[in-house]
Unconditional design. Structure first.
Length: 306
């Protein structure tokens, strides 16, 4: 097995960057002191995230390709949630010297393939030695001359809708935690989320007033919209798109499970939404989030609460 320690830092960088096709947003890609990226809008949407071995992924549950896809997806989705088009990712990678070169290559294949789904590129980054694997991802995006879609635009009288699968990753995590191997589509959903990247531009075209990525659980993330907008969000459980495959705990997974990277948005009353968007509630005067009229407390992922 060829290891990263034997190949060396610069040998690894050369091996990995050869696997990274560059899209039209990249003027100068990997190989210099920094990348050069086009910013035709003269504003850049930027976000960053960390994935730590044992906390955000487990090597006995996910292979490097899936880890790469997931690392890219969660950052690309944040850019889309601002109503922007993802352009590039920058990757910081820390890993032990005895890691196989093939493992790192497959990780980068996953990053590159997920970028291709969103029309973005991996334009650069850094690699360092460490005792455990940590992946730092910075994503950039272009607003195309439009204002950002933020969490603070929801107003009373509007409707709340979601786009993308909800609860599948959470159900898959429960299966893996219980040592189970199916349903396979749920485990696959946890290993490799599939954000509907077209949702950002679509939401804008449909008149969305607020938009965000559902990463920490629908109720918790709707709470961020409610807080930023100074409103109350009322969710109707009967309107939730709960897939049969989620089983008897489907509603719980759909309301509180994260990492599917679906999108939640608010739209003006009377908006005609395509079938891909499910209307699940409404915006009212008040504060917080309620389900079937009952106020909800914290109900989602918090890195420092568990």
């Amino acid at each position: 097995m060829e290891t990263i320690g034997a190949l060396g830092e610069f040998g690894l960088i050369a091996r990995l960057t050869r696997r990274l096709p560059q899209g039209p947003a990249v003027v100068l890609g990997p190989g210099d002191d920094a990348a050069v990226v086009r910013a035709p809008d003269r504003r850049v949407v930027a976000t960053t995230d960390l994935l730590v071995e044992g906390r955000h992924f487990r090597l006995d549950w996910s292979g490097p390709y899936d880890i790469g896809r997931k690392a890219a997806a969660q950052n690309l989705a944040d850019v889309v949630a601002m109503g922007a088009r993802p352009t590039v990712l920058l990757i910081g990678l820390a890993l032990p010297a005895d890691t196989s070169v093939e493992w790192a290559e497959r990780l980068y294949d996953g990053l590159a393939d997920e970028c291709a789904r969103a029309g973005a590129s991996v334009a650069g980054g850094d690699v360092v030695g460490a005792s455990e694997i940590t992946i730092a991802v910075t994503a950039l995006g272009d607003l195309g001359g439009e204002p950002p879609l933020t969490r603070s635009g929801a107003r009373p009288g509007e409707v709340v809708a979601v786009r993308g699968r909800i609860g599948h990753s959470s159900a898959g995590l429960d299966l893996l935690s219980g040592g189970l191997d199916g349903p396979a589509e749920l485990i696959e959903a946890h290993r490799r989320p599939q954000p509907p990247y077209e949702a950002g531009e679509e939401a804008r075209a449909l008149g969305a007033t607020a938009l965000m990525d559902v990463s920490d659980g629908l109720l918790q993330d709707l709470g961020h919209i409610a807080s930023a907008s100074g409103v109350r969000i009322e969710v109707e459980s009967a309107a939730m798109p709960v897939a049969d495959v989620l089983g008897p705990d489907g509603l719980r997974h759909a309301l509180t499970g994260g990492e599917d990277h679906a999108f939640a948005a608010t739209f003006p009353a009377g908006s005609v939404l395509p079938p891909a968007w499910s209307v699940i509630g409404r915006v009212t005067e008040g504060e917080g989030v309620a389900v079937d009229g009952r106020r909800q407390g914290p109900a989602g992922w918090d890195h420092f609460r568990r």
